[in-house]
Write a protein that binds this ligand. Structure first.
Ligand code: SF4
Length: 461
C-alpha cells in the first residue's frame, strides 16, 4: 500500500514540475477543447441527450443479468460463442486456449482498454505469440514499451517530433519525418500483419443485447481489418458495456464521438453479430466474446458507486481534470486514469491499495460537469474517501491526528488556551502531510470567544 502511494507521490512531484510535459498536454487538450463545441452543435439540447443516455445506461445496468443473457442467446443463434470470465486469469486462459487451437503465432489487436486491464500483451508474449497493436497511437506506445497514456488518445503526451525520433530509433526511418510520412510507415508495416495474423482481438464500445451484437467505433479502420481478416475474432468486453437495443446507438454513437474527439460521428462504425454466415464473402470463421467481470460486480453491488459503470470511456473527464493535466496519465499507475480511473480502480483492485487516488482531486467538480453520461464523479471520489475511512484504511498517525483534532475542537477551554503561535506549531506537527505541499495552517491571533466579546462590546457601545 505504501508503495503505491509513495510511487504516486514521487511521480506526481516530478511530472507536475515538468514544463515540457505540461506544454504538450496543454497543446493536445487545447485542440480537443476547440473541437468539442463543434460536435455538440449537432444536438438541439445536448443536456437532454446526456440525461437520456444516463437513463438508458441506468436501465441497462439495473437489468444487467437479463441483458447479458439476451445478448448471449442472440449471438449464439448466429454462431458466436460467449465466454464468461470472472477475472483476468479466466479471460487470459480462454484466449490462450483459442490461440493454441489455431496455432496462433501472430495476433492483431485494435485499441482496447479492457485488454490493457487484463495485461493481454504480456500474456501473449510469455506464450510466444506476437501481438501487434494496430491503432496508430497504441502502435506508437507499443514501440516505446509504454502503456497508453490516455483512454482515448494513447500517445497524447508525445509531440510529432517525439514520434519521429521514436520511429528512427526503432524502425530505422530517416529522421524528421512528417506525421503523414510516419502514418504511411506504420500503415505499410501493419498491413502485412493483418494478412499474417491467425487471430484478431478487439474490445467493444457497446454490447447490444437485442441483436446479440458488438459495436466498435474507430477512426482508422484498423479495428475493422483486425476483426474481419483473421480467421478468428475474439472480443474482450467488460460486462458494463451493454446497451438494451440497437436503437440506442443513434444516441450513443454521436455522443461518444462528440465527447471523445469532438466529431459528429466517428469515421468507422461496425456492428458485428456473429462469425461469417453461409453465403457471406468475408469475415472470421469463429467469433468469441469474452464477457469480463474482474471486479465490476463489486461496483454493481454498491448502489451509489454503480453509476460509475455507465461510463462510455469518452475521456472527457481526463481532459477536464486539473490534476490529470498536471501529473499526466502514467503517474496514476493504473489502467484507467483521471477522475473515472480514481473512482473505479479502488473497486476493481482494492480500496486499501488505491484509496489515495480519491485524494488526487481538487473536487472542483469539472469532471462531473463534462461527463458525457452525467456521472457524479466528484461525489463518488468523496464516497471512496468516506468508505476508506469507514473500512479503517487510514494510517495510525492520521487516525490519531484526527482524534486529537476532534477532542480539541470540541473543547472550548482548549481552543481558548495557548497563543496562536503555539497552536500553529502543534497543528503543523500533527498534520505534517498537509503542510508538506501547502501553506501551514494559521490560527487567528484572537480566539473566537475574544472576537465575539469584542464584537458585542462594540455593538453595545
Ligand atoms: S466518466 Fe464520463 S467523462 Fe469520464 S470517460 Fe466516462 S463517460 Fe467520459
Amino acid at each position: 500500500m505504501a508503495d503505491n502511494v509513495g510511487t504516486f507521490l514521487a511521480k506526481s512531484t516530478v511530472r507536475a514540475a515538468d514544463l515540457e510535459h505540461r506544454r504538450k498536454i496543454n497543446f493536445n487538450i487545447g485542440k480537443y477543447d476547440a473541437v468539442v463545441p463543434m460536435g455538440k452543435a449537432q444536438f438541439n439540447d445536448v443536456d437532454l441527450v446526456r440525461r437520456r443516455a444516463k437513463n438508458v445506461k441506468w436501465k441497462a445496468l439495473e437489468t444487467l443479468d437479463q441483458r447479458l443473457e439476451e445478448f448471449e442467446a442472440n449471438l449464439v443463434r448466429r454462431g458466436g460463442n460467449v465466454i464468461w470470465a470472472q477475472d483476468a486469469e479466466e479471460a487470459l486462459r480462454a484466449i490462450g486456449e483459442i490461440c493454441r487451437r489455431h496455432r496462433c503465432k501472430t495476433l492483431v489487436k485494435s485499441k482496447s482498454m479492457v485488454t490493457e486491464e487484463i495485461h493481454l500483451n504480456r500474456f501473449l508474449e510469455e506464450n510466444g505469440i506476437e501481438s501487434v497493436e494496430t491503432d496508430l497511437g497504441e502502435y506508437i506506445q507499443q514501440l516505446d514499451g509504454e502503456p497508453p497514456y490516455h483512454i482515448v488518445t494513447p500517445a497524447m503526451h508525445k509531440s510529432k517530433e517525439d514520434v519521429a525520433r521514436l520511429f528512427t530509433e526503432k524502425l530505422n526511418t530517416p529522421p524528421g519525418l512528417s506525421p503523414e510520412e510516419l502514418t504511411l510507415v506504420a500503415r505499410e508495416r501493419l498491413r502485412a500483419k493483418y494478412t499474417e495474423a491467425e487471430v484478431g482481438v478487439t474490445g467493444a464500445n457497446f454490447i447490444i443485447a437485442d441483436i446479440g451484437g458488438v459495436a466498435v467505433t474507430e477512426n482508422e479502420g484498423n479495428a475493422r481489418l483486425s476483426l474481419s481478416w483473421p480467421k478468428v475474432h475474439i472480443v474482450v468486453a467488460g460486462i458494463e458495456k451493454v446497451l438494451p437495443s440497437i436503437d440506442d446507438l443513434a444516441l450513443f454513437w454521436p455522443l461518444l464521438a462528440t465527447y471523445g474527439t469532438g466529431q459528429k460521428v466517428t469515421v468507422y462504425n461496425s456492428i458485428i453479430s456473429g462469425p461469417r454466415q453461409p453465403g457471406e464473402m468475408d469475415g472470421p470463421e469463429e467469433m468469441h466474446v469474452i464477457l469480463l467481470d474482474n471486479g465490476r460486480t463489486n461496483i454493481l453491488a454498491d448502489a451509489k458507486a454503480r453509476e460509475s459503470l455507465y461510463c462510455i470511456r469518452c475521456g472527457a473527464c481526463l481532459n477536464a481534470c486539473p490534476v490529470y493535466k498536471n501529473i499526466g496519465g502514467h503517474t496514476y499507475g493504473t489502467t484507467y486514469s483521471g477522475p473515472i480511473g480514481s473512482v473505479i480502480t479502488p473497486h476493481l483492485s482494492g480500496l486499501g491499495e488505491w484509496k489515495h487516488l480519491s485524494h488526487a482531486s481538487s473536487l472542483c467538480g469539472n469532471c462531473t460537469e463534462v461527463c458525457a453520461v452525467k456521472i457524479n464523479l466528484h461525489e463518488l471520489l468523496l464516497k471512496n474517501r468516506y468508505d476508506a475511512t469507514q473500512e479503517g484504511h487510514q494510517g495510525r498517525a492520521e487516525r490519531m491526528a484526527w482524534k486529537m483534532w476532534r477532542i480539541a475542537s470540541l473543547n472550548r477551554w482548549m481552543m481558548n488556551s495557548g497563543s496562536a503561535r503555539i497552536k500553529n506549531w502543534v497543528v503543523s506537527r500533527l498534520f505534517k502531510g498537509w503542510s508538506a505541499h501547502r501553506q501551514e495552517l494559521q490560527f487567528p491571533a484572537k480566539t473566537f470567544n475574544q472576537q465575539w466579546r469584542e464584537r458585542r462590546r462594540t455593538a453595545e457601545a
